[in-house]
Design a protein around this ligand. Sequence first.
Ligand SMILES: [Zn+2]
Ligand SMILES: [Zn+2]
Length: 259
Amino acid sequence: MVDSHCHIAGQEFAGDLEDVVARARAAGLEGALTILAADDDLELRQASIVQRLWPEVRFSIGIHPHAAGKFAESPEGAATAVESAIASQPATRAVGEVGLDYHYDFAPRDAQHAVFRAQIALARRRRLPIVIHTREAEDDTFAILAEAQAGEVPVVFHCFTGSTATARRVLDAGYDLSLAGIVTFPRATELKEVAAFVPLDRLLIETDSPYLAPVPHRGKRNEPAHVALVADHVASLRGDTPERIRAATTATFRRIFNP
Ligand SMILES: [Zn+2]
Ligand SMILES: [Zn+2]
């Protein structure tokens, strides 16, 4: 089993990373994709400690839409920052998380668009898969991905929270999607339908640690070991076994990220 999206190089884990990794291994995880923010020097430095404690970890580096405002004057600068972070972290296997967030709108939308486009171009140049963050911005996300020909490389919608119709749109475009602990929340009825519907070879599971802890850890710091709870829940929704969900999502992870 693999946690396909977590932020364990963040400061929330600096104090007890060794224990977090030990619990992940004990839960049966063979690896994780750790997201790094290219504009966060502390996190980029911490990545080498993550790598030393957990050599199977791979990285995805990007400028989050929340930070797009920093590059409003020169969106290309976002791609340059990501590229230089990739150069210093050889275990990088993806560009992300990148995309659009209209829920918070922390950055002006035109800056979000330009920074997103610049990073799609970088991913295509480097032949790296793209990890997408999109919130209340589905139409523009699909439009930019199509215009920028992102489909030349694998594209993953991380922490997918949309309807079955949106999931179908993701799959029809040739993209894959990843479910986080939200799927375990009792009121996430639409998302439970999505979990039962997505073909296993298009499905990933993640924690998005330290955020979004699944039931019964809601409200606490999340960690990669809890991806097992996501796998169990997806299995019960599909009438399948946790073992099959673990194996299938790991195979999907390998196909996409070539870890
Ligand atoms: Zn995200
Ligand atoms: Zn994230």
